[in-house]
Design a protein around this ligand. Structure first.
Ligand code: ZN
Length: 489
């Protein structure tokens, strides 16, 4: 070998030795959400076997805290039990679902909040992270703490952290500007980061501000304007600091409440009347943005706190399904902005329940701001502005669900919005999220197509949702089939 060839070969070999990570594609995050009840009912090893065999899961999102049944507890009563786990519902009896923290509470992290007694009682001293992490580590699986913004009125002192409604009453929800809640969130992040060998933290808040709520601009139940939030002293003070007059905001919401309650079509129609109120009381929009900014500041504070304790932790957020329906909520999800304090975003893209949920959203806004527009036209308008190209008519979507193309469009849009940022995109994939009796149900092929669509659009991973205790194994294996086809499982 001459000298030149030797130098070239050596340089090539050196370069190859130095850059294996750059040459290999980044590993994809294949995650699943699971609550404590699954590990208790079925045993940790069996559950992890199932996850690895069925869908090549490499990351666990363990529901560590919630008072809601969306991510914890067994299947909802009235819904068919899946083909694994205890074949009974947990809505009554000694071990009935209660909610709270499924990990031990380390009191030193909750000294700066009145929220100190929130342990879930149903499994005694059982600590789900203690039970799961060692077994997951042995298999090379990561463990993320997954908790959400859902509380119970039964928590001692919770009234000192609750939001205040327009009518002056306390809400069930907690205020991001209340130090009791803010310190609880930071304390919880620190508790997880210091007490356990975890890989990351994901938190989710499925709420919005008073203006969007007053218009019932979401897929849930209709909202009573009198119960919109937040009008507590902390929020009013923060508003004044921003130059917003709380009295003007209240006057606007009172006028909006009167508009919503009227029985007859207003003289100038619904849409024009809402515009008239927005122009007269722009404080309502400022109040909406105050709420949204408070959520963003909460994300940023939790992110910075987690990183200050353990820089290697992955920290990110579950983004509510309303992002797929309401243009107002979508406008609030400014991904370039949110990416500054997000290592990853789980953007909910639940295709199957998306159909019935979109129908519910249309029904809601057809009774408020869009009262003038026939529902079918209203749906088509939303398909245009939200950029869905192949979804079905209003009469069909409750039974048909949304297509895999919806997942593709949403993942592509989110990926583009995150371009140039460090934030990974992990679409939330629907596996057996409950729908009404006659409504669309998950299928192995539907699940497979949704996962394929997410990766085709450039996703950095997928998060199978909402909880293992409601998933049928055949549908979980549908996700696995897609991952095997892609060489990811
Ligand atoms: Zn407040």
């Amino acid at each position: 070998m001459n000298r030149r060839a030797f130098v070239q070969t050596t340089a090539g070999a050196l370069a190859a030795a130095q850059m294996p990570a750059a040459a290999a594609p980044a590993p994809k995050m294949i995650g699943i959400q699971a609550g404590a009840v699954s590990f208790v009912d079925e045993g940790v090893e069996k559950v992890l076997d199932e996850f690895q065999q069925d869908a090549g899961i490499n990351t666990l999102f363990v529901a560590t805290f919630t008072y809601g049944r969306g991510i914890a507890g067994r299947q909802l009563s009235g819904q068919p039990l899946p083909d694994h786990g205890k074949q009974e519902y947990d809505n009554h009896g000694r071990n009935a679902f209660h909610g709270g923290s499924y990990t031990r509470i380390h009191a030193q992290y909750y000294k700066d909040t009145v929220l100190q007694d929130f342990r879930a009682p149903e499994f005694g001293d059982y600590d789900v992270l203690e039970a799961v992490i060692p077994a997951a580590r042995k298999r090379g699986m990561k463990t993320m703490c997954w908790f959400e913004d859902v509380w119970s009125n039964n928590v001692p002192n919770v009234e000192q952290a609750q939001e205040r409604q327009l009518d002056g009453g306390n809400a069930h929800t907690l205020c991001f500007n209340n130090p009791n809640y803010r310190n609880w969130l930071l304390g919880t992040v620190e508790d997880y980061a210091r007490s356990y060998d975890i890989d990351g933290i994901m938190w989710g808040s499925e709420r919005q501000g008073a203006f969007a709520d007053a218009l019932s601009s979401s897929h849930g139940g209709r909202v009573d304007v009198a119960r919109t939030t937040c009008f507590c002293d902390f929020c009013e003070r923060k508003a004044r600091d921003r130059g917003i007059d709380p009295a003007r905001a209240r006057a606007g919401f009172d006028a909006l409440a009167k508009f919503i309650r009227q029985e007859k079509r207003p003289i100038d129609g619904y849409y024009v009347s809402v515009w008239r109120l927005m122009l007269r009381y722009p404080e309502m929009l400022a109040w909406e943005m105050l709420w949204t900014d408070s959520l963003r500041e909460t994300y940023a504070a939790m992110y910075q706190h987690a990183k200050s304790v353990k820089p290697a932790l992955g920290v990110g957020w579950h983004i509510w399904h309303n992002n797929s329906f309401s243009p107002i909520y979508r406008a609030e999800q400014d991904l370039a902005e949110i990416s500054q304090y997000s290592d990853f975003l789980k953007m909910v893209m639940y295709h199957n329940c998306g159909g019935p949920r979109m129908a519910g959203y249309i029904r809601n806004v057809a009774s408020t701001i869009y009262g003038d527009v026939p529902a079918d036209e209203l749906l088509n308008f939303h398909y245009r502005v939200l950029d869905y190209k192949h979804e079905k008519r209003l009469a069909e979507i409750p039974q048909a669900g949304f297509s895999a193309d919806y997942v593709f469009q949403e993942a592509k849009r989110a990926r583009a919005a995150l371009e140039g940022t460090k934030t990974q995109l992990w679409p939330g994939i629907d596996i057996d999220i409950p729908t009404g009796g006659s409504q669309s149900k998950s299928s192995p092929d539907g699940t497979k197509e949704a996962v394929l669509a997410a990766f085709r659009a450039g996703a950095d991973g997928v998060l199978l949702s909402r909880k293992y205790s409601e998933m049928k194994l055949a549908n979980l294996r549908g996700a696995g089939a897609a991952l095997r086809e892609l060489g990811l499982a």
